[in-house]
Design a protein around this ligand. Sequence first.
Ligand code: AMP
Length: 378
Amino acid sequence: MANKHVLVLGAGQLARMMSLAGAPLNINISAFDVSSEKIVHPLTQNIIGHGLNNAIAKADVITAEFEHIPHSILDICQQSGKFRPTTQAIKAGGDRRIEKQLLDDAKVANAKYAVITNRAEFDDAITSVGLPMVLKTALGGYDGKGQWRLKSTTDIDATWSESQQSLSDTPHQAIVAEEFVPFQREVSLIGARRVNGEMAVYPLTENVHVDGVLSLSIAIDESELQQQAAKMFQAISDKLNYVGVLAIEFFDVNGKLLVNEIAPRVHNSGHWTQQGAEVCQFENHLRAVCDMPLGSTKAIRHAAMINILGQDTLPKEILAMPNCHIHWYGKEKRAGRKMGHINVCGNTQGELDKALKELVAILDESEFPELKQHINQR
Ligand code: AMP
């Protein structure tokens, strides 16, 4: 099998983990740091090239590890004919207006919404969408940032002035007002699709967020929900003619799934696949974009993932725990920053739950807020 060279737009942990997963298949990764415009090695961050056009010329395939990429860069990549999934998919992931339209076009269930660019449209949305509602910036929102809740009519003016600030700060900005969904839990589905339409999805993952940021993901085995999610995955990925790994986040409302959002890339809630699945999401993304046969997405053991946020050390005992694997991202410490994750496994659900309890007993509670309580409730 010939070596393949994949250029990834973005030089963070997702490019790093693609690089680690690609090496055994002779797939080499270089990363385009969109903010510095340098070509870097995804593991060392050393500069290995200059200029996007040079990097495109050297690459067999171009892909992305995040969706907030200037359209001018996406367009250059698209023109090369090497870009996968599609620039349309990346744009849908980065702009909630395009994303909502896509979900409607694919006929998948999602929260009722309205697009707002001025006060009159805001007032109309209060009637058409109804209260309570969630306001989200169309561009640049992630991890719950750029969001406001509007619960009662008394807060209309205050919420409008707060959200209007973001409209005036960012060009082409708009707000997507969504009905508040009374969900019981959030789940996500990660899957891969090839050029020929062949697809493979992983087991659903249940996700726990703390302050809008993913804290804990646990793979689940619930066949009815899995079927609903897989059907929606097929509808969305076919609509986009998608190539690569796609993540879909859902609200579970009394056993009925509603799509919250999509991520046109490998996803934090799929990191458990590194230890819990036959072939992990990073390798399957590379296989799909390089048009190689997909690897099995079957779970090989019960697995969960805990995010490490804003800290660069952990108690050493964790390395001695047979069910735990630490993955650091080699990043400089900053408050709240995603620094790494811990994958926890068990041959049975009972073994996994026991390992999770042992782990949270060792972790510093102040560094992992609410985690202990979520795990002990299980
Ligand atoms: P998002 O960035 O859209 O994933 O939103 C961040 C978090 O806000 C989600 O993980 C949910 O917990 C919550 N959220 C987002 N949209 C809604 C909604 N329409 N109704 C209720 N909660 C929501």
